[in-house]
Design a protein around this ligand. Sequence first.
Ligand code: GLA
Length: 725
Amino acid sequence: MVRITYDKNRQLFHLENGSVSYVIALAAGKYPLLLHWGKALRTVHDDLLARRCGFHGGEFTLHETPLDRLPQECPVFGWGDMREGVLQARFADGSECLDLRYLRHRITDEQPDLGDMPSARGEHSKTLTITLRDETTGFEADLHYTLWEDADVLGRAMTLRAAQEAVTLERAYSFALELENSNYTMITLEGAWARERQWISRPLVPGRQATGTVRGASSQQTSPFLALTAPGANERTGEAFGFALCWSGSFASTVDVDQFGAARVMMGVQDFDFAWKLSPGEVFHTPEAYLAYSENGLQGLSLACHRFIRAHVLCGPYAASERPILLNSWEAAYFDIDEEKLCALAAEARALDMDLFVLDDGWFGHRDRDDSSLGDWVDDKRKLPGGLKRLSERVHGMGLKFGLWVEPEMISPDSDLYRAHPDYCIHSGNRMRVENRHQLVLDMTRADVRAYVTEAITDALTRAQVDYVKWDMNRNINMIGSAQLPKERIGEFHVRYILGVYEVMRTITSRFPNVLFESCAGGGGRFDLGMMTIMPQAWTSDDTDAWMRCRIQYATSLLFPPSCMGAHVSAVPNHQTGRFSPLKTRAAVAMHGTFGYELDPAKLSAEEKTAIRACNRRVRAWQDILLHGEFYRLQSPFETDAFAVMAVSRDRSRAVVTYVARETLPNTLPSLLRLAGLDENADYRDEDTNLVFGGDELTRRGIPLPALHSDYDSVQFFLRKVEKE
Ligand code: GLA
């Protein structure tokens, strides 16, 4: 049960769910300071209060105790604190001073109203809102704290309100959290196209360490997530803190280590290029951010995040259900498609016992390459004489579901839409329009553009029988200008763009409530919690190479459960890396995500086809665990030449273990792989070998790995608890 209490005498807020506690003190009744975030506390001693607040019984004055030393919950530059704060507000006279003091608080069962900003769902939670006010300007900040009953996760957001004076927000992050010391290792997820989310760790050092993007998307290059681990912490033990932002656009994520060695963590919408005007009475909501805590290392942190995301972020009928095994036409045929070819692919998919055929790029306008037709969501009758309608009917007639690729936010200069509305794209006056993948970005801040996109996509999804949509976005935003926003509001563009995207996505997903939506952005360029509030899965990377996927999926699992990660088996040599890896390895890795294929089945041998059918049976039988079980990382492909993970059912009666070796070494002793998450008092039988092992020996000694025969070879174990007689 969540309890939020306020001790009036000691001016102490305590949020607690029996597992974690967040304790805030109001220093001298004015400034909220963090006393504790971590394992649940029963009480908070006065000494802790005094020491952490930096004053000892006497009256707290700014003169004696500068805010510079204090762990403030809403630090603002320009009022005693010489560090960067969570908020920067500029008033008409140019001043940026805010003395934000406690005004009131509210404790409710309701989630905070964050307007159009994405947030987790609020069931089984309680929210504390502390309102701070600057007397001089009347400016107010609501600090929202939501704690869920079943998660070691705290939601944080702010609502900022202008009163008698207009104000321009130059920074409006979602939270600041100050840890007493900086003896932490920081882990972030950095990368590039086809190399998304690589696990990068480094010790915190004095000064600022930051990640973030100004690309208009959460990006392939970095991720709105960071973790901090305490000294000695590892996968299984020790304290770990996680921070994630529910936002799909440009963001900032910083850790500042100050002169006293305290570490201030902040995250929010990117403030570079940001300025949001508030007239008196107007509010700005930040997106929600999540603070996760574990005393069981990074594995514990990930389990907490996965449980939270499953229970409170993912929505729609597919969130907790199994997903169709699909064949996607992209790596099978790229743009070289027509109705007959597509039907032949679909027939192969059916023969291989798949559930869904996905028509990727190339079906609309006259898109024979990637240089035209985005925006013209009309059937290309040269390729589809019977349109999407007939194709989808034929696919359905084969007993398959039908899926469709769209890239709604984009416009090709070679398109009817562009010829009719050259102003629809984001552009800066008469300057040259800089293309990327030959395309421009639609100005989703404009209501007329959003209306066009919504209706065009609705129409495409209505004229065909569509069961699945892959919603792509293949370039980032620059050359910002706006035909509609007044020039003094151009600093609102990036945020308004994403809010526009969310609006269109929400409208379309609610018009087609039974369709499975997968987001995508040139691979994993918008793999974030904001997207996951609308679409329950995302294409993890355009890199389908098994070893690269080991790394990408391993690191992505720090925050996301496997059910969020689109993962497909592709052909060899791999189209991105040229690498050969055995089919069983490609399948084993893809099984730890939403499973499918991205190849031309006609090019497979009879033996491979048999293996694929068997694999699909396996996936179906074990998918509940693979997607929705507890996911454990066993061996890191970033630290070793192997990748090992496992998925365990919640009742610990079944488990799938996957081990991939990058390199096969001759003449070695057999090795053991230690498992996790099993019932140590139970025995488990491996479905393939029939060998029975004790849960304790699997956990403490490990499962014997067979000899592997080639680089990128792999082995899987499908374990079932042996029922006691
Ligand atoms: C992006 C996607 C790919 C594919 C292509 C089509 O790169 O990530 O999976 O859909 O676009 O153009």
